[in-house]
Design a protein around this ligand. Structure first.
Ligand SMILES: C[S@@+](CC[C@H](N)C(=O)[O-])C[C@H]1O[C@@H](n2cnc3c(N)ncnc32)[C@H](O)[C@@H]1O
Length: 300
């Protein structure tokens, strides 16, 4: 197990699994390093997060301006007047998303995995941060599992917002995406039915089966199947991908299977233990390194 090295990380390093608060690590990484960033942040952790200072400019009226356009503070103020908890949540996410934008390659893509409670607020905020033209898709991941509410339509989907750094020049290769079966294959030619169809922005995919082989034991683990599609479409072999709310490391598992390189960060020692098991073969072979910051070394 190697000692800390992420403060001088370069793209020629092995894959990395880092145990730390992502906001301690992200500022150490060089600009434009990742073709794709996927994050699945926790929602409503109940903690009021400390506010971080942001490197954004102020307009003549003193209002902070987003990456693209004006009026960032006004928009954020209006949103928080609808939902106080969003303000805390956004104060936590915002400085991390500012780094995500910086760390994306000029033709890179961000996938932000959320659910119905926060997605609409986040869409408005990302439009301001990335620019509305940079919005590529809202992917609906639909699953069918768990209890069904009788007092409203049972919510059985997550929302994944997709933003590109530059809407005029971004990488997207649908030819590489795993195809899926037609709903009515009998209506297609046998060749088309055998080839399957390109997924749309609505992805029907089971959750990680509680008894299946993919299960790691991490409560919020996402299925590799949905991450594979993102990696296939938005990166090429040899590219680096980043997940700084990595949990069980599903993005790394998808990346590894497709010959991409990965940097995964999580502050929870249990997550890093699970990733250490998940990537044990490649840690053993030296393709993946576990990195522990100074403050955790004493615990080791
Ligand atoms: C919803 S889970 C991610 C699950 C992951 N997508 C997977 O497939 O396993 C969110 C993760 O963010 C981590 N986390 C929360 N705050 C963090 C922070 N400030 N820095 C690093 N990780 C953080 C949590 O420990 C948790 O593992």
């Amino acid at each position: 197990m190697s000692q800390m090295s992420y403060d001088n990380w370069t793209t020629s390093d092995p894959n990395q699994v880092v145990l730390d608060d992502n906001l301690s690590v992200l500022p150490l990484l060089p600009d434009s390093s990742f073709r794709m960033i996927y994050i699945d942040p926790p929602f409503n952790t109940g903690r009021v997060q400390s506010r971080q200072s942001l490197k954004t400019v102020r307009s003549e009226t003193g209002e902070r301006i987003g990456f693209k356009g004006q009026g960032y503070d006004t928009i954020r103020g209006r949103l928080s007047s609808y939902d106080d908890s969003f303000d805390d949540y956004w104060a936590f996410l915002e400085p991390r998303l500012v780094h995500a934008y910086r760390l994306l390659k000029p033709d890179g893509t961000l996938y932000l995995h959320l659910d119905y409670r926060e997605v609409h607020y986040a869409k408005v905020m990302l439009d301001v941060l990335f620019g509305r033209d940079s919005f590529l898709n809202e992917i609906i991941w639909a699953y069918d599992y768990g209890a069904r509410s009788k007092s409203r339509w049972p919510a059985k989907h997550d929302n994944i917002l997709v933003y590109v750094k530059d809407p005029r020049h971004y990488y997207f290769n649908s030819d590489e995406v795993d195809r899926e079966p037609y709903m009515a294959p009998g209506l297609e030619t046998p060749e088309k039915a055998a080839a399957g169809k390109l997924p749309t922005d609505v992805w029907w995919h089971t959750i990680v089966s509680p008894t299946g082989r993919e299960k790691t034991g991490y409560a919020t683990q996402k299925p590799v199947g949905i991450l594979r599609r993102m990696v296939q479409a938005s990166t090429q072999a040899g590219d680096w991908v980043l997940d700084f709310f990595a949990g069980s490391g599903s993005l790394g598992a998808a990346a590894q299977g497709l010959n991409r390189k990965f940097l995964l960060i999580d502050q929870n020692p249990e997550a890093v233990e699970i990733m250490a098991v998940r990537f044990s073969a490649s840690i053993e072979s030296g393709e993946t390194e576990l990195a522990f910051p100074q403050k955790f070394e004493a615990v080791e």
